[in-house]
Ligand binder design. Structure first.
Ligand SMILES: Cc1ncc(COP(=O)(O)O)c(C=O)c1O
Length: 420
């Protein structure tokens, strides 16, 4: 891979090769990350890049669509089968545009939407003041209970009754617990609202059948394809048959123009792979690793938000250690462990500082790390937290981290961009 680039643009080649080395040598624990398979990398660079196409199979705006039609039909069928969905649209180019397309399908500017607050687990596209979604629609936010740090369904219901939203959104980017989609779906129905579950983070776990699926009880289910689904950077939306037309219009022409066929090819591949036993076992180990990480960190005196995790991510409150999320993120980065600072519920720090970090276990589980290695990582994290400015200790941690991860190759296949 990249032989042609190496000849034509050595400077750029070395940047990509450097990124590969970084990923190989680091313990990647950003919860929204995973490792796309070689096939997905190949397909997202395939000749479908050259094809401009708008519309849907059988109703295209350009000619020459025969093979693209075959691919989109295959991808959609795989997606529907994987999630047992009545309808799927795999054109959205990201998780964010997947969400915009649902909004565009059913909302008018100014409509009210109920969604989880960003600083308590939601996502920017769920109406954060920093997102353009909050300019178009009237977002009202629900949050979590202060004591359990789990969704406050009573507040959600009360807000739904008070504000009569057109749409209720569930799901988020830093919520470590299962979501009661049925309860939210019923609340939505009771106030005449649509329901949408954003499963961007957990779509791989749902595909593997190891956490409950929102598909049976939710009108729209949106996702990105790059997080636990372990695919290319893209999006998709599932919905009930009755909303199929509206959703397809919401995607094209309302939120995208020509689709990224090369990425659709990669999505189509991972939608097949996600139905395998091997993928299921990876997802099972991902959750086991996250739960073990939470247990080990707790033993070291970190506070785990909500007391644990049911999915692939752990939210860690660093206040008992007297450090901020930014300090910890930077120190871990120095030793070769990649995480991100993250607001925790009711955080008093700024988003650029934070009291917490979010840690995910998808990528390390794909590489084959299990509970023993997770304990080692937790031990390193603890030493880093206690010696945040001690370069000698950090250097020792760095050596330990690279020794640990080098036993688990990022790609088991031969990957020639390595040979720099
Ligand atoms: C819950 C949720 N929805 C949507 C997105 C947006 O996905 P993307 O980055 O693919 O636009 C994210 C990304 O982190 C997310 O966590």
């Amino acid at each position: 891979m990249l032989e042609a680039t190496k000849l034509a643009d050595e400077e750029l080649y070395h940047i990509v090769a450097g990124e590969l080395k970084r990923q190989e040598n680091n313990i990647e624990m950003i919860a929204s990350e995973s490792t796309a398979p070689i096939e997905a990398l190949e397909l997202s660079g395939s000749v479908f890049t050259n094809k401009t196409l708008e519309g849907y199979p059988g109703a295209r705006f350009q000619s020459g669509a025969g093979f693209a039609d075959q691919m989109e039909i295959l991808g959609v069928e795989r997606c529907k089968a994987l999630y047992q969905a009545e309808h799927a649209n795999i054109q959205p180019i990201s998780g964010s545009t997947a969400n915009y397309s649902v909004y565009a399908a059913i909302l008018k500017p100014g409509d009210t939407v109920l969604a989880m607050r960003l600083d308590q687990g939601g996502h920017l596209t769920h109406g954060s003041p920093a997102s353009t979604t909050s300019k178009f629609y009237n977002f009202v936010s629900y949050g979590v209970h202060k004591d359990t740090e789990q969704i406050n369904y009573e507040e959600l219901e009360a807000l739904a009754i008070e504000h009569k939203p057109k749409l209720i959104v569930s799901g988020g980017s830093s919520y470590p617990r299962l979501i009661d989609y049925e309860r939210i779906g019923n609340i939505a129905k009771s106030v005449g609202a649509y329901s949408m579950a954003d499963i961007a983070h957990v779509s791989g776990l749902v595909a593997a059948g190891i956490i409950p699926s929102p598909v049976p009880c939710t009108d729209f289910v949106s996702s990105s394809t790059t997080k636990t689904l372990c695919g290319p950077r893209g999006g998709m939306v599932l919905c009930k048959a009755e909303h199929a037309k509206a959703l397809d219009r919401g995607v094209f022409p309302r939120t995208i123009g020509s689709m990224h066929l090369q990425v659709m090819a990669a999505k189509t591949f991972v939608l097949k792979r996600a139905a395998t036993e091997e993928f299921k076992q990876t997802m099972i180990q991902t959750v086991k690793n996250a739960q073990h990480l939470a247990t080990c960190l707790e033993k070291h005196g970190f506070r785990i938000v909500s007391g644990g995790t049911d999915n692939h991510l752990v939210m860690v409150d660093l206040r008992p250690k007297g450090i901020t999320g930014k300090d910890f993120q930077d120190a871990l980065d120095y030793v070769g462990i990649t995480v991100n600072k993250n607001m925790i519920p009711f955080d008093t720090e700024k988003p650029s500082i934070t009291s917490g970090v979010r840690i995910g276990t998808t990528a390390i589980s794909q590489r084959g790390l299990k509970e023993n290695e997770v304990k080692q990582i937790a031990d390193i994290m603890n030493r880093v937290a206690q010696n945040i400015h001690n370069v000698e200790v950090l250097e020792a941690c760095k050596i330990e981290a690279i020794e640990l991860i080098s036993k688990f190759p990022l790609y088991k296949e031969k990957f020639d961009v390595v040979s720099i």
